[in-house]
Design a protein around this ligand. Structure first.
Ligand code: FAD
Length: 439
């Protein structure tokens, strides 16, 4: 690599950043890919890790190995903390600075608790391997504790699982927990039976899967109910604590709440001094540039790019990948003195799975439900996984789980036992406190 070549810095090795880097594999450029983690993560299958169907290594791969054969890229493990647009430099947590001619920011998003960050402790979301294994530990530990609990009301609370959010992640999570709690573990326990567990999905919107047509939302609801999931629609959450959730007027006694309700973009807008929307996504122009800066592209979950209906494109992998490929194409055009193309999104469809054998698929011109949709969902997810070993392993695991209901990755890791089970919630005491607060 010589210093005369244009320097391209890509931040984030998720779907968007990796697509940009791979699309530049033949370009005569000095490419640097920075990520605060050493692995690329296939987030769409993360809920399978959280429900013990897959292991972390099935859904993640080391960035260095993925890019082993791409000679024009250097991988840097570090965290970006700022961008100096005047000097064209990226600031890293290690104190180093990376100069760029072109910069691609693909730093994704995190959970948003809509200003109630105190809920995060009791209702973790799943966005990283650590999140997924923490949720897995929480779910499995609840089953273990329930097995030896003699007090019925405490045992019921331990066996009540609440999922908050009715988008694809919430629907997938609720379906998978229902199968885990009702079917997968039933033969391994002696006291708790499949009928002891409750899975409740709470959604603020009046229907599930709002990004899908209404008939598919109804199908998803019916499929979840068939799996034994209780669904509460148009229901706001007003409190989440270690031993209960308050949803609408209902106090649900639970030790396991999981958050799948909202996202907040990475702080890229603050680094750039750029305008952002309410979710923190950087407003970008038709070529994915923020604040008119033609040297910078902001892509994927951290960008707000309006689709043909004027609404921001959804935070999904195909958007991030297409924008990553677009940024690469634009950089090649600009370095070769050709006019810069504008970004155009192609919607190839929407998929969500409900349990181990149902899904809904919307290709616009064609819709599918049931087993056929699940086969399409499985094929697409296995196909888009990075790495042949992962495809083989995940394909085999999905097939095995389908045939047997098995959950091979039922490992409680970390030190969750250090935190004792919450004490019993006393609704009468809560009502008293509520009354005192109001007075
Ligand atoms: C549980 C779950 C299920 C999902 N299911 C689906 C699905 O079924 N279908 C679908 O299409 N989409 C799904 N999505 C959404 C999809 O995963 C995202 O839209 C996609 O990952 C966005 O890609 P991205 O490149 O913008 O960001 P990401 O893939 O999130 O990548 C961001 C990268 O940036 C890195 N990073 C962040 N901040 C910094 C920093 N300061 N410095 C250095 N590196 C940094 C991160 O480590 C990460 O590697 C799901 C998401 C989740 C969480």
């Amino acid at each position: 690599m010589t210093s005369e070549r244009a320097r391209v810095v890509v931040v984030g090795a998720g779907f968007g950043g990796l697509a940009a880097v791979k699309s530049l594999r033949r370009a005569s450029l000095d490419l640097t890919l920075v990520d605060s983690r050493n692995h690329h993560l296939f987030q769409p299958l993360l809920y399978q890790v959280a429900t013990a169907a897959l292991s972390p290594a099935d859904v993640a791969g080391p960035i260095r190995s993925i890019l082993r054969d791409q000679d024009n890229v250097r991988v840097v493990l570090d965290t970006v903390i700022g961008v100096d647009r005047t000097r064209c430099e990226v600031g890293l947590q290690s104190g180093k600075r990376l100069p760029y001619d072109w910069l691609v920011l693909a730093t994704g998003a995190r959970h948003s608790y809509f200003g109630r960050d105190d809920w995060a402790r009791h209702a973790p979301g799943i966005k990283s391997i650590e999140d997924a294994t923490a949720v897995r530990a929480k779910v499995l530990l609840a089953l273990e504790r329930a097995e030896t609990e003699t007090d019925k009301s405490r045992r019921d609370a331990m066996l009540t699982f609440v999922v908050i959010g009715g988008g694809p992640t919430g629907v997938e999570m609720a379906g998978a927990i229902a199968e885990l709690a009702h079917r997968a573990v039933s033969r391994d326990f002696r006291t708790i039976t499949p009928h002891c567990s409750r899975v409740i999905l709470i959604n603020l919107a009046p229907r599930l899967l709002e990004g899908f047509p209404e008939d598919l939302s109804r199908t998803a609801l019916a499929n979840l109910q068939k799996l034994g999931v209780e669904v509460r629609l148009s229901t706001p959450i007003t409190a989440i604590a270690a031993d209960h959730v308050i949803a609408g007027d209902e106090i649900i006694l639970t030790h396991t709440a999981i958050w799948a309700a909202g996202v907040q973009a990475s702080p890229a807008a603050a680094w750039l001094g750029a305008e952002a929307d309410r979710s923190g996504r950087v407003l970008v122009d038709g070529s994915l540039h923020p604040c008119g800066d033609a040297r910078i592209f902001v892509i994927g979950d951290t960008a707000n790019y309006p689709g043909s209906d004027g609404q921001p494109l959804p935070g999904i992998a195909p958007v991030a990948k297409q924008q990553g490929r677009h940024a690469a194409k634009a950089i090649m055009a600009l370095t070769e003195g050709r006019p810069e193309p504008r970004f155009r999104y192609r919607n190839y469809g929407n998929l969500a799975t409900i349990g181990r054998s149902h899904a809904v698929v919307d290709f616009g011109w064609w819709k599918a439900t049931g087993l056929l949709a699940w086969l399409i969902w499985s094929t697409v997810h296995v196909y888009f996984l990075v790495g042949f070993r992962n495809r083989l392993q995940v394909g085999a695991s999905l097939a095995w789980n389908y045939l047997t209901y098995a959950r091979h990755a039922r490992l409680i890791t970390g030190s969750p036992l250090a935190e004792p089970a919450p004490h019993s919630f006393d609704p009468a005491k809560f009502e008293g406190e509520k009354h005192d607060r109001a007075a």
